[in-house]
Design a protein around this ligand. Structure first.
Ligand SMILES: [Zn+2]
Length: 247
């Protein structure tokens, strides 16, 4: 070990955080929208903040890049990913297919303890929403989908949902029109009612519609359409005919 690398090792020796801890912290900050899409993740500054080595930070970035939460740009560094409209649509298409399957599996397996956990999630979300703590409410509405996937008891599907829910957070922070409408709250309640009543088809249809509604609430088509009010955009309605003709 060279002198400078020894010094560096000593500098970072104070850290009790593992690569996994740092990965979780960065992932949480992106999902909670404290780190927004396009934000540059300065490697040195992050090493210092977490007190870990560059090699460890690179491992964190590698995992986040693999999961499409971070984009590595040669010679420029790491950035929080900014999914384009096509990627956003693919995320929703994947979620609809996978989560419809998850609802079907969950319907066959859900026990009293599972319903208790789901009800607790919704009650907590309610409390945060009423108190105006939208960041916490949004996080819990994402966790509702993760809870369902854990009831389905398939780790591969659960892992896919975890990644897709995280990527949905990037998409909503980029394209959200209605603001703070990550999940239609009532839908979660209705879904549980259908599951309790063993109405599997209704529950599956509702999950598809729930994700359709979320996708449709986003402004993924930022092009001029028939609905675009061009006169308002260019201020044409404000100009009176006589003022135009005056010198
Ligand atoms: Zn939802």
């Amino acid at each position: 070990m060279t002198k400078s690398s020894e010094a560096k090792a000593a500098k970072y020796a104070a850290s009790d955080l593992s690569v996994k801890d740092v990965y979780r912290s960065v992932m949480d900050a992106i999902v909670d929208q404290r780190l927004l899409p396009g934000t540059r993740l300065n490697e040195l500054a992050m090493c210092e903040a977490f007190k870990i080595s560059r090699r460890e930070m690179e491992r964190v970035f590698a995992r986040l890049t693999f999961e499409k939460m971070v984009r590595l740009v040669p010679n420029r560094g790491a950035f929080v990913a900014s999914p384009d409209a096509r990627e956003a649509r693919e995320i929703f298409a994947a979620r609809k297919t996978i989560e419809a399957g998850i609802v079907e599996l969950a319907a066959a397996r859900a026990s009293g303890a599972d319903f208790k956990a789901l009800s607790k999630n919704m009650a907590e979300e309610d409390a945060h929403r009423r108190a105006g703590r939208m960041r916490e409410a949004i996080k819990l509405s994402g966790q509702f989908h993760l809870l369902l996937s854990s009831i389905a008891d398939n780790t591969i599907l659960a892992d896919q949902v975890r990644q897709l829910v995280a990527r949905t957070s990037l998409v909503t922070s980029l394209y959200d029109n209605a603001s703070e409408m990550v999940c239609w709250h009532d839908d979660h309640h209705k879904l549980i009612d259908h599951l309790r009543a063993h109405q599997t088809k209704r529950a599956v249809d509702l999950m598809r519609r729930h994700l359709d509604d979320l996708e449709e609430s986003l402004d993924l088509d930022r092009s001029i359409s028939k609905k675009t009010n061009l006169r308002a955009i260019f201020g044409l309605d404000a100009a009176k005919p006589e003022s135009i003709s005056k010198p």
